[in-house]
Design a protein around this ligand. Structure first.
Ligand SMILES: [Zn+2]
Length: 341
C-alpha cells in the first residue's frame, strides 16, 4: 500500500511518520532529538535527517507500506516554491535547498514538498477536525510561535511565504525583550518557551541576563512542563503570577490576531498548550468577559463570537504535511495531464 512520509522539523527535534492519507492514519512514527542543534550545518543536519528517513522506510516496508511522496514542515522563513529553508532563528541551517537534496537522495519519490510548520499544523487541524468551517486560524505556542490561516480549505499565504505572526510586536509598557530574530517584543519573546521562561525568571527574581545558554535552554524546557503540572492551584503563588502574566501576553497577541483576521475559530496547539485544560478554562473566561473589556478597548470586541479551542491533537503538523504533499501532487498531475510538457 502507498503512504506519504511526513516530516516535522522543530527547533530541538524531528518528528516523522508514514501517513495513510486516505484513512487519515499514522502508520508508523518516530521522534529524534537534534543533539547539539545549535551547531548543525546543512550537511550534518541532512545526514541526520536521511538516516532517520531510511529507518522509517524500513519500518514502513515491514508493515507492507511503500512511501511514494514526502511532505516536509519546517520553521520559516522558507520558500515553498523553491523548496528552500532560508534562515530560521530557531535552526542553525542556512539557505538549505532541502527539497532538491531529498530528491537527489530519494529519486523514486513522485513528489517532495516543503511548507511552513505552522501552516502544516493548521492544515492538519483543519483536515482532522474542522473541514466544515469556512475559516480557521491556528496559533502554535512552543519553542517558537507560529500562525496558520485556512480560508475555504486553502492556506492563506499572500505572495507565497507563510505568515510569521509570531514576529509581530506586542506593546507591553515598561518591557523590552529581544527576540531570537533580533526584533523587540515579538509575540514569540513572550509566548514561546524561552519567553515563558523569562517571565518565570522575572517573577522568581532570577536574572535571565546572567544565565548561561545551557541554563536558559533547560529552563525553557522545564518551565512550561512545571506550569502545566502545577496550575491551577500551585502551593507557591508565584506560579499563579507566572501564568497570569503569560495569559495577559496571550490576550494582547489575540487582540492583534483579531485585528488581522477577525477569525471565526482560533485553535491553539504546540508543546506549551496542547491539552492544557486550565488554559481552556481561562480562554472561556476571557470570551465571557469580552463585553467588559470591550468597553475600554473596542477592538477586543472583534473576538466576540470567536471560538477559542485548545487542541489535543498530538501530530497535526504530520497530518498537514502529508495531506499537503498529497494535494500538491494531485494538482501537479492534473496540470501535467492537461498541458503535457
Ligand atoms: Zn522575533
Amino acid at each position: 500500500m502507498d503512504c506519504v512520509i511526513a516530516i516535522d522539523i522543530g527547533g530541538t527535534k524531528i518528528d516523522m511518520a508514514g501517513v495513510d492519507v486516505e484513512k487519515l492514519r499514522l502508520v508508523d512514527s518516530s521522534s529524534a532529538v537534534l543533539q547539539g542543534h545549535e551547531q548543525l550545518d546543512n550537511g550534518s543536519f541532512f545526514e541526520f535527517l536521511a538516516e532517520r528517513i531510511n529507518e522509517l522506510m524500513v519500518a514502513l516496508r515491514q508493515r507492507g507500506y511503500q512511501a511514494v511522496m514526502m511532505g516536509v514542515a519546517a520553521p520559516g522563513p522558507l520558500d515553498h516554491r523553491l523548496g528552500v529553508i532560508e534562515d530560521p532563528p530557531n535552526l542553525a541551517v542556512r539557505r538549505m535547498a532541502i527539497v532538491a537534496m531529498l530528491k537527489r537522495q530519494y529519486p523514486e519519490m513522485f513528489g517532495i514538498y516543503l511548507l511552513n510548520d505552522a501552516d502544516a499544523m493548521a492544515l492538519g487541524e483543519y483536515r482532522l477536525n474542522y473541514q466544515e468551517r469556512d475559516h480557521m486560524t491556528l496559533l502554535t505556542l512552543g519553542t517558537g510561535v507560529g500562525c496558520g490561516h485556512v480560508e475555504y480549505g486553502r492556506l492563506f499565504r499572500g505572495r507565497g511565504k507563510a505568515s510569521e505572526f509570531g514576529h509581530t510586536s506586542v506593546s507591553i509598557p515598561g518591557t523590552m525583550r529581544e527576540c531570537a530574530c533580533g526584533g523587540i517584543n515579538c509575540a514569540e519573546s513572550f509566548l514561546g518557551s524561552s519567553g515563558l521562561a523569562r517571565t518565570y525568571c522575572e517573577v522568581f527574581e532570577i536574572k535571565w541576563e546572567l544565565l548561561s545558554t545551557r541554563d536558559r535552554v533547560s529552563l525553557s524546557h522545564l518551565v512550561p512542563k512545571d506550569l502545566r503540572w502545577l496550575m491551577p492551584e500551585p502551593e507557591d503563588k508565584r506560579w499563579t503570577e507566572v501564568f497570569d502574566r503569560y495569559f495577559l501576553h496571550l490576550r494582547l497577541v489575540l487582540r492583534n490576531l483579531a485585528c488581522v483576521y477577525n477569525p471565526e475559530l482560533i485553535v491553539f496547539n504546540g508543546g506549551i498548550v496542547r491539552g492544557f485544560s486550565y488554559l481552556q478554562v481561562r480562554l472561556d473566561q476571557l470570551r465571557n468577559g469580552l463585553a467588559d473589556m470591550a468597553a475600554n478597548d473596542p477592538f477586543m470586541r472583534l473576538l466576540d463570537g470567536t471560538q477559542l479551542t485548545v487542541s489535543s491533537e498530538e501530530h497535526p503538523a504530520l497530518f498537514g504535511a502529508a495531506w499537503y504533499a498529497y494535494r500538491r501532487n494531485e494538482a501537479e498531475r492534473a496540470t501535467h495531464e492537461q498541458f503535457p510538457a
